[in-house]
Design a protein around this ligand. Structure first.
Ligand code: NI
Length: 211
């Protein structure tokens, strides 16, 4: 093999190597962007069947209210208790952020509601101060133990007392329920869902529900 032949072979192999390398690099970029796109795809809103139903409760002003008082409104409902140290405040703040990021039109159509699962401690007065920490527009609902048990059952909410020192805390499920104006459940948001995702879902599902 002459010097020229060797040089030519070296050049050809280099070019092939370069093409192969670029191809692999290009492929891996494509695969990565594919992964990223998948990450951006939103999971469909989750909703358990047969959620919701009529209720008779007492609001933060001590007034008896029923589901009919909210007829025609979209509801964002959260069940928890006012002395909850961590999850309840975070989830109520998420409802607040979602509500505040919606247009005025949407805000007029939505009623955020906090329902206590701890009616023994969460009196109307306590709820009044508690919901005011988040949104002036948020309604706080309590009731008799029986009334609360009924609404918990309707929304398939888990909530139970857990002894803590001389007192107790509450163990509870944590979903934000998005209900349509016809009381149909539209979505159940999890702790992992962000306020941004909630806002987008509400706008999309709400418009579809109106058609
Ligand atoms: Ni809680």
């Amino acid at each position: 093999m002459s010097f020229q032949d060797r040089t030519r072979r070296f050049l050809i192999l280099s070019v092939l190597g370069f093409i192969l390398g670029a191809g692999i690099a290009g492929l891996s970029i494509l695969m990565e962007s594919g992964d990223k796109n998948q990450g951006h795809q939103e999971s469909l809103p989750f909703v358990a069947p047969h959620i919701g139903g009529p209720f008779h409760l007492i609001n933060q002003d001590g007034k008896a209210v029923t589901d009919k008082d909210f007829a025609g409104k979209y509801l964002l409902i959260y069940f928890g208790f006012a002395s909850c140290p961590a999850i309840c405040p975070t989830e109520l703040q998420k409802i607040t952020n979602t509500y505040q990021s919606l247009s005025k039109d949407w805000q007029d159509r939505i009623q955020p509601i906090f329902i206590t699962i701890d009616p023994e401690r969460d009196t109307p007065d306590i709820l009044k101060d508690y919901v005011a920490l988040f949104l002036p527009h948020m309604v706080g609902l309590t009731g008799t133990t029986d009334q609360i048990e009924k609404v918990k059952k309707a929304y398939k909410v888990y909530g139970a007392k857990v002894p803590e020192g001389t007192s107790y805390t509450m163990d509870h499920s944590s979903f934000i329920y998005f209900m349509g104006p016809d009381t149909k459940p539209l979505a159940m948001f999890r702790v992992s869902d962000t306020a941004d995702k909630m806002t987008r879902t509400i706008q999309t599902l709400g418009i579809n529900a109106q058609q």
